[in-house]
Ligand binder design. Structure first.
Ligand code: GLU
Length: 299
């Protein structure tokens, strides 16, 4: 796979919107923080188009997000519209890089094939999961030898001998999380964080039945190969950061620093989502707001 090489000196941050709808004030505030942190360090800001899932991502949302971000006052030095040394900057164009990383995980015995659908996982769970996150995988397809030993040295034996018990079911590949393993990091906003494998999160999908990576793998490959030194993003991804730290280790990439931003809520305390059309940057622009006024709404 592509060698990671020596990171260029200096701060490299990124903003990584998914073009699944119009950006709202919550995204804008997080991206603004990313820009401020990059500027404070006299660093570089990268725009990455996270168009991984074509069913949800639409070309007109890509155009809109670039326009809206520029309108808001964001400027990036590398991105899909201006290029740069670590492109391409759209995930749909990076398949070969993801596949190479997946092959590394497979060869290292970090992953196993799984035929469980989301419904199967939900059915197999005794208790409903309370968190705003995916349910903990009950381990139905997990090879038992690997459970006892942690990451096996060679999973080819495990996976090559894998007989799909339901051959007409699609296969996703899951990353093996060692139960009880503590993953900790110091977040630049929230301070020390600690999550426990098997309790806070379980084996997670890294490679999907459609031969594309899941979000967790794609974002780690991209942040590592784009030499990102600090990831600034929403607090809803704190737990994903724990998963991603395990991927950095398995892929032998140096992990970046992390800064998670508080999420914006609406008047009823609900987290802002793309369905909050009224707070989309598009709508605010159409209402004649100038960028400074939009920015003042989150102060
Ligand atoms: N593309 C993700 C989103 O729009 C963000 C991923 C990340 O920052 O790691 O929610």
């Amino acid at each position: 796979m592509q060698p990671i090489g020596i990171a260029p000196p200096g701060y490299r941050g990124r903003i990584a919107p998914s073009p699944t709808g119009y950006l709202h004030l919550g995204h804008a505030r997080t991206f603004w923080t990313a820009q401020e942190r990059a500027l404070a360090q006299k660093g570089c800001l990268v725009l990455r188009n996270e168009d991984l899932y074509p069913v949800h991502c639409q070309a007109h949302f890509v155009t809109a997000m670039i326009e809206d971000l520029k309108w808001l006052g964001l400027a990036w030095q590398e991105g899909p519209d201006c290029g740069g040394p670590f492109g391409p900057y759209a995930q749909r164009q990076r398949h070969a890089l993801y596949l190479a990383a997946f092959e590394t995980l497979r060869a290292g015995g970090w992953v196993y094939p799984c035929v469980c659908s989301r419904q199967d996982v939900r059915r197999a769970l005794r208790a409903p999961h309370a968190r705003d996150d995916e349910p903990i995988y009950p381990g139905t397809c997990r090879p038992t030898a690997a459970l006892a030993d942690g990451p096996p040295q060679n999973s080819r034996a495990v996976t090559d001998g894998f007989a799909n018990p339901r051959p007409n079911k699609p296969i996703n590949w899951r990353f093996k999380v060692t139960p009880g393993e503590i993953v900790s990091f110091v977040d630049a906003h929230y301070g020390p964080q600690q999550f426990t494998g098997g309790q806070d999160f379980g084996d997670f999908v890294v490679w999907r039945y459609d031969q594309w990576p899941a979000y967790q793998l794609a974002v780690v490959v991209d942040d590592a190969l784009m030499r990102i030194t600090e990831v600034v993003r929403g607090a809803d991804l704190l737990l994903s950061t724990a998963r991603q730290i395990l991927l950095y280790r398995a892929l032998n990439y140096p992990p970046p620093q992390f800064c998670h931003c508080p999420l914006m809520v609406d008047a009823t305390g609900q987290r802002l989502a793309k369905r909050h059309g009224a707070l989309s940057l598009r709508t605010l622009r159409a209402e004649g707001l100038i960028a400074e006024e939009a920015r003042a709404r989150w102060r």
